[in-house]
Design a protein around this ligand. Structure first.
Ligand SMILES: Nc1ncnc2c1ncn2[C@@H]1O[C@H](COP(=O)(O)OP(=O)(O)OP(=O)(O)O)[C@@H](O)[C@H]1O
Length: 243
């Protein structure tokens, strides 16, 4: 059976105003993959995500999402930003935050449809925060708030879920629960998770792409977490050292 490509990056180059940030990047993501994207600070991870989301245009090369240019294909992506980017005392409830995922999807201007509310409810159930739905965001823990952000992305009904540094500021025990949740979601959708912590994510992902400065250093075929750790042991220490 032919495996379906959901993201295709071919020879992509990008610079803001100065030196090249991404140089000849090639990356194919198949439907159902759980891909880790790792690399040091300033390695270009956020820049590559912005290209995939259609927020930045490559200077050279092509990117496509679900067979479309990223600005059209991104409707199929649920994006989970770093949870610190989510205003801590934003005066809305959990449900209202999750419903935001339906903005731009709903056809009724001014209010959400019954379907929007049903999808938001289902998303909250999936990440086990339904009992928090009426709570203000400000009254949640970091880990709970992170689940709200995932529920908001799931309310999009995404084919691809992309998470940017999801484990920053979350303790290890929460991280483990969190990756188990992602593993479950991966049965229904493709997942890309950006992380500095390759040692940790390598137990969960199928494949790791390492983006360092201007290049993807390595990309492994689907291998076990143990093999990835052996392959990347040196660069893990290097990345840790930089922080
Ligand atoms: N808006 C911008 N204008 C100019 N340069 C930028 C801009 N955004 C990022 N850069 C530069 O591009 C390079 C890559 O940054 P990027 O944010 O993509 O890296 P990153 O891998 O996501 O880093 P981190 O792990 O620290 O979040 C860095 O050198 C950064 O300084």
């Amino acid at each position: 059976m032919k495996q379906e490509l959901v993201i295709s990056i071919k020879e992509v180059c990008f610079s803001y105003t100065g030196p090249m940030v991404l140089e000849h990047i090639n990356l194919d993501v198949l439907r159902g993959e759980f891909l880790g994207l790792v690399g040091p600070n300033g390695g270009g991870k956020s820049t590559l995500l912005k290209i995939i989301l259609g927020l930045l245009k490559p200077l050279a090369g092509q990117a496509s999402v679900l067979g479309l240019p990223p600005e059209r294909g991104r409707g199929g992506i649920g994006y989970v930003p770093q949870h610190t980017a989510f205003a801590e005392d934003f005066p809305i409830s959990v449900e209202a935050a999750v419903l935001q995922g339906r903005l731009g999807k709903t056809r009724v201007i001014g209010d959400y449809t019954r379907e929007d509310r049903m999808l938001a409810r289902r998303a909250m159930e999936q990440v086990e925060i339904l009992e928090l739905s009426t709570r203000p965001l400000a009254a949640l823990s970091g880990g709970q708030r992170q689940r709200v952000l995932i529920a908001r992305a799931l309310a999009v009904e995404p084919e691809i879920l992309i998470l940017d540094e999801p484990t920053a500021h979350v303790d290890l025990r929460l991280e483990e629960n969190f990756f188990h949740l992602l593993k479950q979601l991966n049965q229904q959708m493709t997942i890309i998770v950006v992380s500095h912590d390759i040692g940790f994510i390598s137990h969960y992902v199928n494949r790791v792409a390492c983006l360092n400065q201007t290049l993807i250093c390595h990309e492994t075929a689907a291998v076990s977490g143990e093999v990835i750790e052996q392959l990347y042991g040196a660069s893990v220490r290097m990345i840790d050292h930089i922080h």
